[in-house]
Design a protein around this ligand. Structure first.
Ligand SMILES: [Ca+2]
Ligand SMILES: [Ca+2]
Length: 225
């Protein structure tokens, strides 16, 4: 009876441990595709005070764009990279100082991958870019990467900007900062499909699961002896 309880306990604990792990490839960023709230009617350019999941700095410089919102020449039918909506920085001649932030729960020592797409819209040139900054729970930035639009006109980069990082604390804050320079009056930078996904299994859980399996094996051998 005692060994049965112990077996049950080990199994339940191991299952709880597994349940606590994020599923492989699960995006931890809330509203990373900027689809919520939906722009009604789609196509209007809305300011971002109420963007779900994100904190906005200098809301005047961050806008939510819908598919085909820029429909007149030279901006022909520009669409979101993913879904129906995307974020636009420094639109309407606003300065390139705005940012979006979101804090996610992480497991210390686990490896994650950040990924996001940027693009360029407008008739100008310049260096349209978004810098991603990762800060620990004390607010210290420990890693950065800049995604720069590689094409002019109305186009998304064909590949995402990615960064692999190890979580230093139990939560990490992602800041997406407008880092555009040059011709920002005639060009804007756009952003879509932001994700942070775990790419490794936390060591303590792996170790515990191994111990649990080992314990079950010993109990089974004892019972069969
Ligand atoms: Ca989207
Ligand atoms: Ca601009």
């Amino acid at each position: 009876m005692k060994s049965k309880s112990l077996t049950l306990g080990l199994v339940l604990t191991a299952l709880c441990c597994l349940a606590a792990l994020p599923a492989a490839g699960q995006n931890l960023v809330i509203n990373g595709s900027f689809e919520n709230p939906a722009i009604i009617p789609l196509g209007n350019d809305a300011n971002l005070e109420s963007l779900i999941g994100w904190t906005t700095s200098y809301a005047g410089g961050v806008n939510l764009g819908g598919n085909a919102v820029y429909s007149g020449p030279p901006l022909i039918g520009f669409n979101a990279l993913d879904g129906n909506q995307f974020v636009l920085f420094n639109g309407g001649g606003t300065p390139a100082i705005a940012s979006l932030s979101q804090t996610i729960s992480t497991t210390v020592g686990e490896i994650y991958e950040l990924s996001f797409y940027v693009g360029h819209i407008g008739s100008g040139g310049g260096n349209m870019a978004v810098e991603a900054e990762l800060a620990d729970s004390l607010g210290n930035i420990f890693s950065t990467i800049t995604g720069t639009a590689t094409l002019l006109g109305e186009q998304w980069n064909s590949t995402p900007t990615t960064l692999s990082f190890t979580a230093p604390t139990s939560n990490v804050t992602l800041h997406l900062v407008d880092a555009s320079t040059g011709d920002i009056s005639a060009s804007d930078v756009v952003l879509d499909e932001v994700s942070i996904t775990p790419t490794s299994v936390p060591e303590p859980c792996t170790a515990f699961f191994g111990i649990a399996l080992c314990g079950l094996s010993v109990l089974r051998r004892r019972r069969n002896a």
